[in-house]
Design a binder for this molecule. Structure first.
Ligand code: MN
Length: 254
């Protein structure tokens, strides 16, 4: 879409009925997107810092892969592995760079899941990588599963997606192996290796792309190794992915 300047602000040219571009001046004002005329200020664009750059990475969608580290499934051979499954968190669940996260409401069983996060850039390529925490209200998720209901309220709450600054892909030598760990108050709780992922990063991107085209700004949480456990107010979490970075989060009072 082309953008034209008008005296009353920015307007976006819209596709005409025949599918071609029409001049914005000929379009009824009700069909124009007047950038200066929202009913209220639009929500801020969630964004991540990029190492070595002043430019922020604007976050569009947050996809997550379900169970993706399973040594048993791997020893059963790749032919028998289940296709990956996906869920989403709303972009405003993002906590850029980590830091303080308030213990969320309606749960008594908040869990940590440390994950490698893949960031999609222009052209659908990999922009960079980060360290993420897929925070989960496990009790709500479990109840939803049991009743065959959606998980969203277990996974998509405010603060549910802390992610570190992104390291550009050109500076990450490999993500097919490398340690992934999480410690709480200095005690290691999760340890795995990226090599244990049932579905590799390229495979995840290919599979997810079958459901919908990926777009610049998309983040993909790629699953967590064993060792998830409950968090308490005051806990200090340190997530680490070898070659990618570190993420520190502190759970604070609601
Ligand atoms: Mn997860």
């Amino acid at each position: 879409m082309a953008i034209t300047n008008r005296a009353n602000g920015l307007c976006v040219k819209l596709l005409g009925e025949a599918g071609g571009l029409v001049d914005s001046g000929a379009v009824a004002s009700s069909r124009m997107i007047a950038m200066t005329n929202y009913a209220f200020p639009p929500p801020p664009v969630p964004a991540l810092q990029v190492e070595g750059s002043d430019a922020l990475f604007p976050v569009g969608r947050i996809f997550c892969v379900g169970r993706n580290y399973d040594s048993h499934a791997r020893e059963m051979g790749q032919a028998n592995r289940e296709p990956p499954f996906f869920f989403m968190k709303p972009p405003n669940a993002l906590v850029p760079g980590g830091g303080k996260v308030a213990y969320p409401p309606l749960t008594a069983d908040l869990h940590h899941e440390v994950e490698l996060v893949v960031a999609i850039g222009e052209g659908g390529g990999i922009f960079g990588y980060g360290v993420g925490l897929d925070l989960t209200r496990r009790d709500l998720q479990g109840a939803a599963k049991k009743e065959g209901k959606p998980w969203d309220m277990g996974k998509g709450f405010d603060g549910a997606a802390p992610v570190s600054a992104l390291r550009p892909a050109s500076q990450v030598p490999r993500v097919d192996q490398g340690a992934i760990t999480l410690s709480i108050n200095g005690t290691e709780r999760q340890r795995g290796d990226l090599a244990e992922m049932i579905w590799t990063v390229p495979e995840i991107i290919q599979e997810l792309g079958r459901y919908m085209p990926l777009a610049p700004g998309d983040l993909i949480f790629t699953g967590t190794p064993a060792g998830v456990s409950a968090l308490a107010v005051g806990d200090r979490l340190e997530g680490f992915v070898e070659g990618v970075g570190t993420l520190v989060v502190e759970i604070t009072t609601p």
